[in-house]
Design a protein around this ligand. Structure first.
Ligand SMILES: [Zn+2]
Ligand SMILES: [Zn+2]
Length: 171
């Protein structure tokens, strides 16, 4: 969904949309929607700036970092964004400010891409490291068994790295 800024009456407007998972999946290579995403927001134009704020509610599935099992996670994200037009950005850049210092995004032309906002905001709420449970035992590197649900008899030696070098010398 795109919001055409020219069509806003009185330079402001509200929007609401429910995305079916198929409309946005995959969010990225490790995150997928498992339920529809309800998105609401308000757009305000002030001078050459555009303010967009609202809320996103959905559930996503992410792979466990250790065992790769799917983990479900609720997303309830409140977002507040600020955009400036490309030409304004260039003049501000000329004043040698970085994008991080400005804390704003750039939009080109007359529309805000809500799909992109939703994807970005979902990714911001998903932790970069996620375990299916705190004590996830992961996958055996020898036989590939899932250690949370089964045991194997593989011996995986854990060698203190300080001794590993010594061991190599004596072998
Ligand atoms: Zn796990
Ligand atoms: Zn094993």
């Amino acid at each position: 969904m795109r919001i055409e800024l020219e069509k806003l009456e009185a330079r402001r407007g509200d929007f609401a949309h429910v995305y079916q998972p198929d409309e946005l999946n995959p969010i990225d290579e490790r995150v997928t929607l498992v339920e529809p995403a309800a998105v609401t927001g308000k757009v305000n134009l002030a001078g050459n700036e555009v303010f967009v704020n609202g809320q996103i509610d959905t559930r996503v599935q992410v792979e466990c970092d250790r065992c790769l099992q799917p983990v479900e996670l609720a997303v309830n994200a409140v977002y507040q964004l600020e955009y400036i037009s490309g030409s304004d950005y260039e003049s501000i850049q000329a004043a040698e400010l970085t994008e991080a210092e400005m804390l704003v995004s750039v939009f080109d032309g007359g529309a805000i891409d809500v799909d992109e906002i939703v994807k970005e905001q979902i990714l911001l709420t998903v932790p970069t490291r996620l375990l299916c449970r705190e004590d996830c035992k992961g996958i055996c590197p020898e036989c590939g068994i899932h250690r949370n649900t089964g045991e194997c008899s593989c011996v995986t030696e854990e060698i203190d790295p300080r001794w590993a070098a010594l061991k190599n010398l004596t072998e």
